[in-house]
Write a protein that binds this ligand. Structure first.
Ligand code: NI
Length: 179
């Protein structure tokens, strides 16, 4: 990937897992996850269908696909969180995110549907996170592709990054286009 394309694809950089965590970091990550759906309300405001069908970078997903991907991804995240809290380091199911973004619901439904879904999903997600006990943050799920046990504190950092990552892709497209 050229440096220009890398910058468009990863406007805030790739995710780098923090080495450790504390109460302050946990609260920062939860606050971001709580705020994420509102960023998507904002980033699609006043756009028409043609604008939403614009890829956020050459060869990348359209704005529509990015927003629907957010719902797909965070539904999976919520399930992984609940599995990790109720089973002993369960193996989670990876999903083919590119193919999910090409299924007919993505083309058929307005982005508002997925943003509404994010609002209610994140309410449930954050309600779980707010009530975790200190020892819960060390619980893990096993990711078969990376062959790693991922602790919930790292997962929470990752999804705090993920919501901002896709928001910035869309926000910076709007800036470049003068929308
Ligand atoms: Ni993503």
């Amino acid at each position: 990937m050229s440096p220009e394309l890398e910058q468009l694809a990863y406007p805030i950089g790739r995710f780098e897992a923090p080495l450790t965590y504390d109460e302050t970091l946990l609260q920062q990550w939860i606050t971001k996850i709580e705020a994420t759906p509102k960023w998507y309300d904002y980033v699609i405001e006043n756009l028409d269908e043609a604008q939403l069908e614009t890829p956020y970078r050459p060869g990348g997903w359209t704005m529509n696909q990015v927003v629907h991907h957010m719902a797909d991804s965070h539904i999976n995240a919520y399930v992984r969180l609940k599995l990790a809290l109720t089973e002993q380091s369960p193996e989670i199911k990876p999903y083919a995110e590119k193919r999910w973004a090409e299924l007919p619901d993505v083309a058929a439904l307005p982005v508002n549907v997925s943003i509404t879904l994010l609002h209610v999903l994140h309410r449930r997600w954050v309600a779980v996170l707010h009530h975790l006990q200190p020892e819960d943050w060390k619980r893990t799920y096993f990711h078969p592709e990376t062959q790693r046990s991922v602790p919930l504190w790292e997962m929470t950092a990752m999804y705090a990054w993920h919501g901002r990552h896709h928001f910035e892709q869309l926000f910076r497209l709007r800036e470049r286009m003068g929308w």
